[in-house]
Design a protein around this ligand. Structure first.
Ligand code: 5GP
Length: 195
């Protein structure tokens, strides 16, 4: 997705060989126009998958997931990282180790919002080692729902998540795949260059 790649090149900050900061449009400040285009792209990619629900994880997955949900006209559920007093019974939970924060969270989704007849599309901002997506897949399995696939805004192709999921036969669609962050430079995967 060219507009996304241009934005990453223009505003992304390489924090280390493994971490990309995109706080100006995705992870802190949000660019709604770009999010709308991202939502449209996911809607187009999964148009034929008969998706009934989008599932994401708070907080940075919510913006792209909501835009996709608006265009696909289906509800969006976000897994919570902290237990809420109002979220106590009938919960699906999974443990997720965060790549950027180096801590393990128990994520949870109310059983009221994923049903066995749902066909779920997972959307998240980044794919690194795949732990967040695997936690969401665990929850979808607990609910007995089907998985249509995974939509990722930025995949870091040099980390293991993409391969881990694809080798399980899971459909993963990433709008930008970064192949390297070495020497402070963002390089996109082959066929993904901005030039
Ligand atoms: P994974 O679970 O695939 O290892 O990591 C994905 C999660 O970690 C995403 O939900 C995202 O919030 C965060 N993450 C992973 N890599 C990066 C990165 O390079 N930059 C930012 N901003 N977040 C990341």
């Amino acid at each position: 997705m060219q507009a996304l790649k241009d934005k990453i090149k223009g505003e992304g900050k390489v924090l280390s060989d493994t971490v990309l900061k995109v706080d100006s449009f995705l992870n802190h400040q949000i660019d709604p126009q770009l999010m709308k285009e991202i939502g449209q792209e996911f809607a187009d990619l999964f148009q034929k998958a008969e998706v009934t629900k989008i599932v994401t994880i708070e907080s940075s997955g919510i913006a792209p997931a909501t835009m996709a949900g608006l265009i696909m006209d289906i509800p969006v559920v976000f897994a919570r990282k902290r237990k809420s007093l109002t979220l106590s019974k009938n919960l699906y939970t999974a443990r997720v180790h965060s790549f950027t924060k180096n801590e393990t969270n128990e994520i949870s989704v109310s059983g009221d919002f994923i049903q066995p007849n749902d066909v779920v599309l997972i959307i998240d901002d980044f794919l690194a080692n795949g732990q967040a997506v695997l936690g969401l897949i665990d929850i979808i399995k607990q609910a007995g729902a089907d998985l249509a696939g995974v939509g990722i805004v930025i995949e870091k192709g040099f980390q293991s998540g993409g391969e881990l999921l694809r080798e399980q036969g899971i459909r993963v669609e990433s709008l930008a795949i970064v192949s390297s962050l070495q020497n402070g430079e963002v390089v996109f995967a082959k066929g993904e260059q901005t030039e």
